[in-house]
Ligand binder design. Structure first.
Ligand code: ATP
Length: 464
């Protein structure tokens, strides 16, 4: 429920507004003085303040200035109330940052509408700030291994240019993270970053997802839809799993990249856009080109600069840093900011091959925290049993010298056992189908996009 503070020297206006606003579902606090209003604003969070300009112990304008000086993390929207002869001050107040002003005698309809709009504006500002913070939080790439340092250097060089980048790497290695970091360091940082995962969308929908459609152009599509290219206008479009597009869609994407314009499905006029495209794939596109599945001209258009992200097992020295980072992230999220991880647990984690790469590590750390709510220190015994077949046998022993044993001898929960079974079964079907996800999906009785999402969630590497 939204909280409104009414500050007015006239008692009957205060009580009238209080009654009406309560009926409208607001929580209402009232005050008749400038000093008290300041105290209230300092002590509680209000969504909006209706503030009279004339107060017995001060001026509404002073209150406005003081609220601004408080630098509150989420300040209220302030609507000034002016009587005769104070309209000029009210106009000045809006210049000083008040949302708007209302004249006495108050119109009920106008007051309610303005209050609603002010509260919505505040909410939008908050959402926007949160989005910016989220973006800033994920806009860096952790890792001190040689390839990760080199990648960071490449990002720094490429980000400010408009150059297209194609990122290669197994599932979960951090390709999207790299794309977001590039966007955050680019001149488009204050514009949108739009992601489209070409593998997660059924083949016959990709075109309308990318380019949108006009009224009635798509089955069941009674309304118009803006595609990802249009939504990304001015910003960055991240095309994930770009190797999963049909040849027909590839031809359209090629044209859109060349001309920076395209035709939505069923449209007669083109839409012009200014979009930077960053693409990613976990397929070997050279092979796909040789097999006739991927257009060579599109490959060169996208691949102005190639970025290679190595799998986690090939930069296992990055694991301790990543594990600590995820521990801190989830520790904060679950109200345990001081939780630590023991070095034998880190060593055991380094002894695993991480087929699902950094995503799998992040999931494991979150799961360990949830399943051990009392542990302030994560030890080896707390780790789940990870798939035995993925333990390292490449001569890289864990710090404690162990090799080839499961991470923890503890018993599995039902969820873990089911996940392990599902993972093994999917891997077996993939083996049977020589890694072809579409055929494995058919054999398992699943939609390809559904199997794809499942593989991602279970940390099954996607190597078609
Ligand atoms: N270097 C890194 N530092 C911190 N977090 C990372 C890093 N790399 C990956 N992550 C985290 O791991 C998870 C998976 O990363 P991301 O989605 O970028 O991988 P991806 O290669 O795009 O995967 P997919 O190919 O399956 O789409 C995300 O939560 C991401 O924030």
């Amino acid at each position: 429920m939204k909280h409104v503070l009414v500050v007015d020297d006239e008692a009957d206006i205060r009580s009238l507004l209080e009654e009406i606003l309560r009926d409208e579902g607001y929580i209402v606090t009232t005050s008749g003085s400038a000093v008290e209003a300041m105290e209230l604003i300092r002590d509680a969070e209000y969504d909006a303040v209706l503030l009279d300009i004339w107060l017995p112990d001060g001026d509404g304008l002073d209150v406005l200035g003081k609220v601004r000086d408080l630098n509150l993390p989420s300040p209220p929207e302030i609507i000034m109330i002016s009587g005769h002869g104070t309209i000029e001050s009210a106009v000045r107040a809006t210049k000083l940052g008040a949302y708007d002003f209302l004249e006495k005698p108050l119109s009920l309809e106008r007051t309610l509408l303005m209050l609603k709009n002010a509260i919505e504006a505040r909410q939008l500002r908050r959402d926007n700030r949160e989005l910016q913070q989220q973006l800033a939080q994920t806009a860096y790439v952790t890792g001190e291994s040689v390839p990760m340092k080199a990648l960071r250097q490449q990002i720094r060089l490429m980000a400010p240019t408009n150059g297209r980048v194609l990122i290669f790497g197994e599932s979960g290695t951090g390709k999207e993270r790299i794309a977001r970091t590039m966007h955050a360091q680019s001149q488009r940082a204050d514009r949108v970053f739009v992601e489209l995962n070409c593998a997660a969308i059924p083949e016959n929908h990709i075109e309308s997802e990318l380019f949108g459609h006009r009224h009635g152009a798509v089955d069941g599509g009674a309304h118009e839809k803006r595609g990802t290219f249009e939504r990304a206008d001015g910003g960055t479009l991240f095309l994930d799993e770009v190797g999963d597009m049909s040849l027909k869609t590839q031809a359209k994407v090629l044209r859109a990249l060349d001309e920076q314009r395209f035709y939505p499905v069923g449209a007669h006029n083109p839409v012009h856009v200014d979009v930077r495209v960053i693409a990613a794939t976990n397929k070997n596109l050279d092979d796909e080109i040789a097999r006739g599945n991927f257009r060579e001209d599109l490959f060169y258009r996208l691949n102005v600069i190639p970025f290679y992200v190595p799998p986690l097992r090939d930069r296992i020295e990055d694991l301790p840093l990543l594990a600590h980072e995820f521990l801190q992230e989830f520790g904060r999220q679950y109200g345990r900011p001081r939780v630590e991880i023991a070095s034998d647990a880190v060593a055991a984690l380094q002894n695993y091959r991480w087929p699902g790469n950094v995503r799998e590590l992040r999931n494991v750390i979150e799961r360990v925290l949830i399943l051990n709510p009392k542990a302030n220190r994560i030890e080896r015994k707390h780790l789940p049993t990870l798939a035995h077949r993925e333990l390292r046998t490449d001569g890289v022993p864990a710090a404690d010298g162990s090799r080839g044993s499961s991470l923890a001898e503890g018993s599995r929960t039902l969820v873990e056992a089911r996940e392990a079974y599902e993972r093994d079964y999917i891997l077996k079907k993939l083996d049977d189908c020589h890694g072809n996800v579409s055929r494995a999906a058919e054999a398992l009785g699943l939609e390809r996009s559904h199997l794809y999402r499942k593989m991602k969630a279970l940390g099954v590497p996607i190597r078609e």
